[in-house]
Design a protein around this ligand. Structure first.
Ligand SMILES: Cc1ncc(C[n+]2csc(CCOP(=O)(O)OP(=O)(O)O)c2C)c(N)n1
Ligand SMILES: [Mg+2]
Length: 353
């Protein structure tokens, strides 16, 4: 297990190392409990953001990840601290597991200056240099070429880092997907392409959007190898990412991973969900990655009720602390309103005055 991004909920600093060992597919009890904890952290944090949105403490866009937690956790836990992560507008979970503090995420959602992007980005624009988290983007498929560029930089710098790019099934429709796959393959770039296929892009069902629904075949068309995996099962994602990451580091080539998953909530906070039946959501909820993995750990005798309650309690404290932190945070001064839109006045211009 990479472990670089691991830690108890309170600790956000990851172990600093540039060493890159092959990751292992054999997590033990504490690592499995850690995977569960990480999923619970995402779920509880986002439940709180939902509540705070309804109280108008958080405004603007808010896209929640409920149901998809096993994807972020199963993959990012195997990445190295030095690897780059590029995500979408549904990125709170990725950011948290990348090692960003819940305080800095929550404060960003609140629009406070203490947020990771100074409160100017909000929900869709989380960034963090320290954890190599490259965002957060409102534009569908925008992250793919960025991840290719990052991987190219890593290659040119002779680093053994990889870039990991999360994107939705909607991104597969875009030209950027095809351009990125082509160049990553042609130039042998270390990119892990992760398609979070939740079977909808806003209200568009996957099978009404794709002539070819086997996404691995699309990757294969660009001579990229890959696999499809049950994205509701954290261990399945974990094992698939071990294989993928080891392949990328060893072969110095990209890999494509389709994680089949489902979002339990609406696309965003403004979505009456007329495009799907309630029964469909109910069916998928039976495969909730958190409840199913909890039962599995209990059946395996790795987790008892007290331990589970303790995890939930610790996470609830972390969430409360992030709310307090954000409530106490500073609003950006009004004179900053037009700053950072493009850039501040370049120094070279100052010199020429
Ligand atoms: C280039 C571009 N086209 C259209 C949109 C509008 N849009 C916002 S979200 C979305 C759906 C994307 O779905 P998917 O990639 O499957 O991600 P999910 O929301 O399911 O996580 C669309 C079309 C956009 N943001 N960017
Ligand atoms: Mg989707």
């Amino acid at each position: 297990m990479g472990n670089y991004r691991m830690g108890t909920p309170k600790k956000t600093a990851s172990k600093k190392t540039t060493e890159k060992k092959a990751v292992s597919a054999k997590p033990g009890k504490s690592e499995k409990i850690h995977l569960l904890t990480q999923m619970i952290r995402i779920r509880q944090m986002e439940e709180k953001t939902y509540e705070m949105y309804t109280k108008e403490k958080i405004r603007g866009f808010l896209h929640l990840y409920d149901g998809e937690e096993a994807v972020a956790v199963g993959i990012i836990e195997n990445l190295d601290k030095e690897d780059g992560i590029v995500s979408t507008y549904r990125e709170h979970g990725h950011a948290l597991i990348a090692g960003m503090s819940m305080n800095s995420i929550m404060a960003e959602l609140y629009g406070k200056a203490e947020g990771c992007s100074g409160g100017r980005g909000g929900s869709m624009h989380l960034y963090d240099k320290k954890t190599n988290f490259f965002g957060g983007s409102a534009i569908v498929a925008n992250g793919l070429p960025m991840a290719v560029g990052l991987a190219m930089a890593y290659k040119m710098q002779n680093r053994n880092s990889i870039s990991c790019c999360f994107f939705g099934d909607g991104a597969v429709d875009e030209g950027e997907f095809h351009e990125s796959m082509n160049l990553a393959s042609l130039w042998n770039l270390p990119v892990l392409f992760v398609c979070e296929n939740n079977f909808y892009s806003m209200g568009m069902p996957f099978e009404l959007a794709q002539a070819e629904t086997d996404l691995v075949k699309k990757a294969n068309a660009y001579k990229i190898e890959g696999a499809a995996v049950d994205g509701m099962d954290v261990m399945a994602v974990y094992d698939a990412s071990v294989k993928a990451i080891n392949y990328i580091r060893e072969q110095k080539k990209p890999w494509f991973l389709e994680c089949q998953t489902y979002r339990f909530r609406a696309h965003s906070m403004f979505d009456p969900e007329r495009y799907r039946e309630k029964d469909e959501v109910k069916e998928w909820k039976k495969r909730d990655p958190i409840t199913t993995f909890t039962s599995r750990l209990q059946e395996e005798g790795l987790l008892d009720e007290d331990e589970l309650n303790e995890i939930k309690k610790r996470v609830a404290e972390e969430v409360e602390e992030s709310v307090e932190f954000s409530e106490k945070g500073t609003d950006e001064p009004i004179e900053n309103l037009t700053r950072f839109v493009y850039s501040d006045e370049p120094k070279t211009l100052n010199k020429s005055k």
